[in-house]
Ligand binder design. Structure first.
Ligand code: NI
Ligand code: MN
Length: 227
């Protein structure tokens, strides 16, 4: 399995047989180096409907005939724009040719600004993705919550992806506590430095994670981790 960081909350994952992208916010993202039109994938996974996550999902799904997998309301919103979708919901899991996907809670919101007011798109979520026998936990946007401990107890997490940018989500210290509860083999920080409001020092996060006996790595934008 290869995981490439495309900036913000966007990760591209390749297995032997499939390619998927999570939260493809590329157009209008000041840090993104990949264009939406260059993305080739089979699935698009979404944690919630905010523009910095939904991003180019519909366009990418349409151009690849890929399936968007998301919580029901967000999936239906994408389907209304012509994308192929698979609606799911929190606590439910599904088996796909690429692996197993389960949605978890996230303490956040999920909405889209239509230009004509905000439309709510159901609950925000985290994603447990098991491919090639390894489980990746993408927390989406969330504050710290105690159920992360339960998620860590019930899943052997190889890779955790946690927001560290503060303001809209957990900041560094809360994300370190999440690492202690999730017990992943490695954690990648996300959702930082894209905008002024979410500036964070990923090096500080990595040091603080190491201080609690765990491992983290701040992937450079475009960097691929193989595991
Ligand atoms: Ni958000
Ligand atoms: Mn966000």
């Amino acid at each position: 399995m290869k995981i490439t960081y495309l900036s913000h909350s966007c990760f591209f994952i390749e297995t032997e047989s499939h390619r998927l992208i999570i939260d493809p916010f590329l157009t209008g993202n000041p840090l993104a180096t990949v264009k939406a039109t260059d993305v080739k994938c089979d699935y698009v996974l979404l944690t919630h409907g905010h523009a910095d996550h939904l991003g180019d999902a519909v366009e990418i799904a349409k151009q690849n005939d890929a399936t968007i997998i998301a919580v029901f309301e967000l999936a239906m919103y994408c389907a209304a724009q012509g994308a192929k979708v698979r609606p799911m919901h929190i606590g439910g899991s599904g088996t796909f040719p690429l692996g197993r996907i389960k949605f978890t809670i996230a303490h956040h919101s999920s909405s889209v600004d239509t230009g004509n007011g905000i439309v709510y798109l159901g609950n925000p979520a985290g994603i447990l993705l098991t491919v090639e026998g390894k489980t990746i936990f993408h927390a989406g946007d969330t504050g710290l919550f105690l159920d992360l401990k339960l998620i860590g107890e019930m899943n052997q997490i190889a890779v955790a992806i946690l927001p560290i940018g503060d303001n809209f989500t957990m900041g560094i210290d809360d994300a370190v506590k999440a690492v202690e509860w999730l017990k992943p083999e490695i954690t990648f920080p996300s959702h930082y430095n894209t905008f002024d409001l979410i500036k964070a020092d990923a090096g500080e996060f990595v040091k603080k994670v190491e201080a609690v006996g765990a491992k983290a790595r701040a992937l450079a934008i475009g960097e691929t981790w193989e595991g």
